[in-house]
Design a protein around this ligand. Sequence first.
Ligand SMILES: [Zn+2]
Ligand SMILES: [Zn+2]
Length: 256
Amino acid sequence: MKVKLTLEEIATGVEKKIKVNKLVSCDTCHGTGAAGGSSFSSCSHCRGTGQVTRVTSTFLGQMQTTSTCPYCNGEGQTITNKCNTCGGSGTTKGEDVLSLNIPAGVSEGIQLSVGGKGNAAPRGGVPGDLIVQIEEVPHPELVRDGSNILYEHYISFPDATLGTSIEVPTIEGKVRIKIEPGTQGGKVLRLKGKGVPSLNGYGRGDQLINISVWTPRNLNRQEQEILEQLKNSENFKPHPGARDKSFFDRMKEYFQ
Ligand SMILES: [Zn+2]
Ligand SMILES: [Zn+2]
């Protein structure tokens, strides 16, 4: 079965109560399959051994083959009086509510196996395991990339030039960060330790904030005139220098 988790739940780990539809042990016969709980008799076909031996005569002599008894399915006993509720299988359809402890750092598609919490086995056998598959619910603003979290934030051209402070969402709530005057579009700010913990318990990713500078698409006449005046100003011409990391340097930094 599947369990949906939000990014916040993945980051902290979570205890989830889940309802499982499965085969449960029959209450009427306590899983034995027999009415009254005691009406068993030794299988008359295999005399209780669960196996039948057949002797066939061939031209080489007599050949003996042993196979599982088809009358009792190898159990050695048959039910003389089957339970009415489960028809002798010892299991009925039912549901179970379980509490699952999901560790921090799981990701989409990971399967967790819960021992003994699967379907009940016929006539009191060992129950199967419950397999739980993790499904990630997409976050409205944050994107998970392994143990890192990515976020894109647009600032206006005046804010990029003059500097400002912005509020960004993280999995632990909003955080205010400073934008230095003269910030270039494409700058990546790193919030250390604000990512997702690794599943093995060692370390934790970061949140990376990609700063984009919004270029206006529409200008009124006055705005157009102001920009025309500034266009040829020396300060407005691009002068990338040593402190402006190239796209390639930023990528290298990201993957380190
Ligand atoms: Zn038998
Ligand atoms: Zn029953």
